[in-house]
Design a binder for this molecule. Structure first.
Ligand code: SAM
Length: 261
């Protein structure tokens, strides 16, 4: 029976001149895929956001590979070098420190350049904090908007937030532990009655889900140390209607407005 799935026994070799975007764990090392390990084993070079960090990951899995760095400030220069390597037929694996390359991480630029140059790009999917956070948040996932990190400067930040909260669907943001309290205060001012979920330390030992209104979450965060990684999910405003042709969202609306666990 053809299931459409490819098993390890029938896997073709990696393709020369391909840029492989390899997702790596966001905390739990078990979250690396078999395919990611094979690509990292069989590629010619690994392009990494932080070569030391990725070196440790490779060592953990018993792999040794030439590593070159690729981060925000050398992205343009490195893109040229990566494209040269691809043209020479090298198999290049691109990883970031955690999760899926290009999602609030380097990758987008070199992917666009490679495609424009007619080169082959393949995604090796895996961990991504936004997807892990969204799917287990309990908030609607049929329509959502991911906006990564908000700007740091107050004026720009508030303007961006005011725009984003008007969009239909669940709003998903990344935020640092040092600004998440500030974000709850900003949400208290802009959308005080929305349901918010903080997905903290996903896939790690101290993973937790904190649910409530922005005011409740401010109070909760004030009791905790400022650490951990957060995905912030803001439930939709029921008065903002989505595209009328999309199916009605089936959300378990609890009669209680919030829950803190
Ligand atoms: N490329 C990554 C991905 O696929 O999710 C995101 C990289 S971005 C530089 C890092 C941010 O992602 C963190 O500040 C946090 O907001 C979020 N994040 C990453 N790992 C996380 C985790 N284990 N739990 C919660 N949030 C996480």
């Amino acid at each position: 029976m053809d299931t459409g799935l490819t098993s390890a026994a029938t896997l073709p070799p990696l393709i020369s001149g391909t840029l492989y975007l390899v997702a790596t764990p966001i905390g739990n090392l078990e979250d690396i895929t078999l395919r990611a390990l094979r690509v990292l084993r069989e590629c010619d070079v690994v392009v990494a956001e932080d070569t030391r960090h990725t070196g440790q990951l490779l060592t953990h899995f018993g792999l040794r590979k030439p590593l070159i760095s690729h981060f925000r400030f050398n992205e343009a220069r490195r893109a040229v070098e990566i494209l040269d390597r691809l043209r020479r037929g090298e198999k290049v694996a691109l990883v970031t420190d955690a999760g899926t390359p290009g999602i609030s991480d380097p990758g987008e630029r070199v992917v666009a350049d490679a495609i424009a140059a007619g080169l082959r790009v393949e995604a090796i999917p895996g961990a991504c904090a936004l997807i892990a956070g969204l799917t287990a948040s309990g908030l609607p996932s049929a329509e959502f908007h991911f906006a990564g990190f908000l700007p740091h400067k107050s004026g720009q930040r508030l303007k961006r937030l005011e725009h984003l909260v008007k969009l239909p669907g669940t709003l998903v943001l990344y935020e640092s532990p040092f600004r998440v309290e500030r974000l709850m205060e900003e949400l208290t001012r802009t959308v005080p009655s929305r349901r918010v979920v903080l997905a903290r330390e996903l896939t790690k030992k101290f993973e937790e889900w904190i649910r409530g209104t922005p005011t409740e979450l401010s109070a909760e965060l004030a009791r905790r140390p400022r650490k951990g990684e957060f995905v912030v999910l803001i439930g939709p405003d029921s008065s903002i209607t989505s595209d009328p042709t999309s199916p009605a969202l089936d959300v378990n609306e609890s009669s209680e407005s919030s829950e803190i666990i």
